[in-house]
Design a protein around this ligand. Sequence first.
Ligand code: M6R
Length: 608
Amino acid sequence: MCGIVGYVGKKEASPVLIHGLSKLEYRGYDSAGVAIIEDNLLKVTKCKGRLANLEAKLNENPIHGAVGIGHTRWATHGEPSDLNSHPHSNEDETISVVHNGIIENYLQLREWLSAKGYKFMSETDTEVIPHLVDYYYKGNLEEAVMKAITKMEGSYAIGVVSTHEPGKLVAVRKDSPLIVGLGKDEFFIASDIPAILNYTRDIYLLNDKEFVVINEDGIKLLTEDGDEIKKDVFHVTWNADAAEKGGYEHFMIKEIHEQPKAIKDTMTSRIVLGKPIALDKITITKEQLANIDRVYIVACGTAYHAGIVGKYAIEKLARIPVEVDIASEFRYRNPIMNEKTLMIVVSQSGETADTLAALREAKKYGARVLAITNVVGSSVSREADDVLYTWAGPEIAVASTKAYTTQLIAMYILALYFADCKGTLSTDEIESIKAEMLKLPEKCEEVLKHKEVLQKFASKNFMHKDMFFLGRGLDYAVAMEGSLKLKEISYIHSEAYAAGELKHGTIALIEKGTVVIALATQEELFEKMLSNVKEVKTRGANVLAFAFEGNETVEKTVDSALYIPKTAEILAPVLSVVPLQLLAYYIAVQKGCDVDKPRNLAKSVTVE
Ligand code: M6R
């Protein structure tokens, strides 16, 4: 996710900006840049790749000036490239902007500004901002930015400098983070505290649509109407390491808590009530879809588990047969593929070697490939015919969490789109699932509040050597993901089982005290699931169950239970996986494991 820094003071801005950006590297990025006012001229240096590339460029051609903005970009609109990197400027290079967030109505704004003669150089949504500020500039930078934001929909934290008022920096935020650092005769803006901790521990925390205007006279905080605001200074007492994790102990738990936002972002502008599902630039037509007779979903690990949920969703809603394959197996089993095949590859990183190999295999047979990935410009995104991005933001912990839930959302979006094209669901049915989807971020927040039950269960059971995860239907798919989470970060052996299959052999392993995690969210299968739970209970298992609120009868059968808010059954995995992620996390923490970097694992597996 993008990182922003800004500086107004007496020092050289360039090293301050580079240092700040280096402290934001943990957010993930693919390019970086700075804009500094030097002798009343705007000097911009930016490039694709690591911060070291930018530093090298700046060492070769230094920029001297004490007012500037800097940015690390994590591509969303437009591939990572020098041109798409921030800062972005107006045509005569008098105004420069860094931005974190997404301007949802950028296409309309681009059209509107183009009609007024503005020229665009990049593919980014951000580039509309310097042009808007230029359009509204009548001698006061903050007033121009205030007018510009009235036109902008979406999320933003922006920093703006201009040669019209060379000593000034204006910044504002909405739904994207931005803090202000208060030094001695110097001021900073940043996306996160570590970027400025070297210089000051005193900060202002900005609320949505609050402006900061910094110049040689000092600092002013303003409302969107230009009225001055007074704010308490917040004194930072934590160390930089903790701050990078936003106060969380590990990236994994931070990312688990980012899920409501990640889910919401992934639905943004695609799922809107009363409007057809919008699939970005995906070009598959109704006619092409009618011609598809088989869908393969191919992926690895967590992404494979998201694929299994995708199979249920596409088959149930769009009535197209789907096979789900582990990527490393797929290409060696001589699969039947031709131009009537649609392959959906799922990969958070977009660089997984097995998934890429499967994608290339499918293309050899003339199959159409649609990728679901989290990384713009990744190999998978470049080689697929169509891409649907998950907007989870960078995932740093090796154990995938927010990537999984956003992959589920992407699967539902596709399933609904296919159902609409094929006419397998009525408009009312589609609208009702969309309405339920839009409530998921809030319900996910609710689930995140139930930590105590899980922490208690973890502290009582972390010493076990084996655990079982049981479920039927979609609950079985989620059980697989819960089991993988536990294995990879706590090193406890676990197995996910289709609850009805257990009695065909594996039940022999159940004895007094065996831990069983039972998922029971699927209404039609609820009673059958309870019977399977009774089978393990009578053999001595210690059962923790997850069910929808309202199904408290489950307590008569199990040892402990946790309830998740009711949603459409097909969407249950988005909520039921969250307690499983938390459970794995708390068990791993109790065991003292290296949660973010589990042994033997890598975040991106680029070897076959
Ligand atoms: O980047 P990808 O989604 O292609 O990665 C696939 C798997 O390697 C990944 O999901 C892995 O299973 C995770 N560590 C699970 O938490």
